[in-house]
Write a protein that binds this ligand. Structure first.
Ligand code: HEM
Length: 504
């Protein structure tokens, strides 16, 4: 036994004097069943994995801090929100960030054409706030009911287990609201060169609420201070030929070497109403809010300066969710946001376990009181404080126990009325913003790359699917449709566009 190294033990703390040989009857066996050390070691190994995330399975975690400016644009932050983390200039809040890809499994390529997840956990004095976003500003769908379908179409075929363009575009060509997201995803923005060189977006619309109880609609943006850089499909193919974890490696090494990446948090704000003057619905996550009308207002800077110490504990077991908000930040009626808010903590109770919030990576920061009457469940570790009398695990009680917070914590109270029904939103407008982006915001090289990437994958699809896609793209912009059609040998002039884009 070496003097300088700590002694190897079992999980029971019993010293292990031989870690090379099992306990056997004579040197050739058989092994004995009471060999606790062997059983514990292999039994634990058998359980090393937890279920991988159903989406965003491959990711990487880093830690750091968010420094508030005390202002939001030119106004004191308090004008818009009472959330404590934003109030004073220079106030620092610890953060944990998980970047991810979406569709691939836990060991898949990090240069896949895929959105990138951008999930931030702010460890505030009022408990955690999770801002769970992506690197692209819009999403494929606008109603949570469609999420399992869009993901099934993008995931491998349930029989052959291969990702199939025919399945993807079968679904997308009957989901016109996906054209905006597809036009980002198949442009160079669809393969960020790594996690440091991309922006982040909350995508869904939230509310900010101030001390007077007034709310505004808000969209969150993270602006990379490293610049946005992307890969062509050919560059990505060359990287993934030899390296699947290039983005994690880049981030880990940058932080190890003291090159701390930064993102500036900006918000767009709208008054809290339906905005009938706009040609889109502010709660529609397939749309961006034009920055000339709704300027980006700066709120603070995030710096990642500390690497994780254990991938399983801090990455696999980490849990982010859209329901995790602090006082001063609230939900909007965005139909996707409601579905997401159910989904995250539901899957985490299954994936990590019912006590996932007791794990250090998910628990509020030390000093934040967690006082509940919840208890039990698998792997219960700490017991939440129940106040002076541990016998009282219910509320109300005249004997002791916990008391409700004061009215200053009351949520925002929107007024909502209308029939309960199932209906699409009125202002679907699925094509206008895509055409504007194609014509006004993309460089020629980006348009060329988009057309090439779409035509390459659509080339593997059935004719009827190709025609539907060309029809949608023609509705976005005639030239866009013509060029993708050219790559497929389809002249949009010969198509009955209106019949093809009709969903049902
Ligand atoms: C209704 C639509 C959606 C549903 C039902 C949904 C559901 C899920 C689920 C079940 C997970 C796995 C969580 C876990 O196992 O911990 C996940 C992860 C994630 N989702 Fe969504 N999602 C939706 C839309 C979106 C959108 C629009 C965005 C981007 C704004 C997004 C960003 C993410 C990110 C970043 C993660 C990874 C979180 C992490 O790093 O642990 N999702 N989503």
């Amino acid at each position: 036994m070496s003097d300088s190294k700590p002694t190897l033990t079992t999980r029971q703390g019993h010293p292990v004097y031989n870690n090379q040989q099992s306990r056997t009857v004579s040197d050739r066996g058989p092994a004995t069943l009471e060999n606790y050390q062997l059983l514990e070691k292999i039994g634990h190994f058998d359980r090393e994995r937890i279920p991988e995330r159903v989406v965003h399975a491959r990711g990487f975690v880093s830690h750091g801090e968010f420094e508030a400016y005390g202002t939001i644009g030119n106004e004191p932050a308090s004008t818009y929100t009472r959330a404590k983390l934003f109030q004073q200039a220079g106030k620092k809040t610890p953060v944990t960030v998980r970047f991810s890809t979406v569709i691939g499994g836990r060991d898949s390529s990090e240069v896949a054409r895929d959105p990138r997840g951008f999930a931030v956990k702010f460890r505030t004095e009022d408990g955690n706030w999770d801002l769970v976003g992506n690197n692209l500003p819009v999403f494929f769908i606008r109603d949570a009911l469609k999420f399992p379908d869009v993901i099934h179409s993008l995931k491998p075929d349930p029989v052959t287990f291969r990702q199939e363009p025919n399945r993807i575009f079968d679904f997308m060509s009957q989901t016109p609201e996906s054209m905006h997201m597809l036009s980002f995803l198949f442009s160079p923005r669809g393969i960020p060169s790594d996690y440091r060189h991309m922006d982040g977006f909350g995508v869904n619309t939230y509310r900010l609420v101030n001390a007077a109880g007034e709310g505004v609609l808000v969209k969150f943006h993270w602006k990379t201070q490293q610049g946005i850089t992307s890969l062509t499909q050919a560059e990505a193919d060359a990287i993934q030929a030899t390296e699947l974890g290039s983005a994690s490696k880049d981030l880990y090494e940058a932080i190890e070497n003291g090159g701390y990446p930064q993102w500036e948090l900006c918000v767009q704000i709208m008054s809290d109403d339906a905005h009938p003057e706009l040609d889109f619905d502010p709660l529609d996550d397939t749309k961006t809010w034009p920055e000339d009308a709704f300027p980006l207002r700066k709120a603070g800077m995030m710096t990642l300066n500390r690497n994780l110490t254990d991938h399983h504990n801090e990455n696999e077991q980490s849990a982010f969710g859209t329901g995790v908000l602090v006082d001063g930040i609230d939900f909007s009626d965005d139909k996707m946001l409601v579905g997401r808010t159910f989904s995250y903590s539901d899957t985490q109770r299954h994936r990590v376990g019912p006590n996932y919030l007791q794990l250090p990576v998910n628990a509020p920061r030390p000093g934040v009181q967690v006082n509940t009457n919840q208890g039990g469940g698998a792997m219960s570790y700490g017991v939440d404080s129940r106040g002076a009398n541990p016998h009282i695990n219910y509320e109300p009680s005249s004997l002791a126990g916990l008391a409700e917070a004061d009215e200053s914590y009351r949520e925002y109270r929107p007024h909502v009325e209308g029939p309960v029904l199932r209906a699409p939103i009125e202002r679907e407008n699925n094509y206008a913003q895509v055409g504007q982006r194609w014509r006004n915001e993309m460089a020629q090289s980006e348009r060329d790359d988009l057309v090439l990437n779409l035509a390459t994958l659509l080339g593997q699809c059935e004719r009827s699917i190709q025609e539907r896609m060309v029809a949608h793209l023609t509705k976005c912009d005639a030239e866009y449709g013509r060029l993708v059609g050219l790559g497929l040998g389809i002249d949009p002039g010969t198509l009955d566009i209106e019949a093809l884009v009709k969903v049902r």
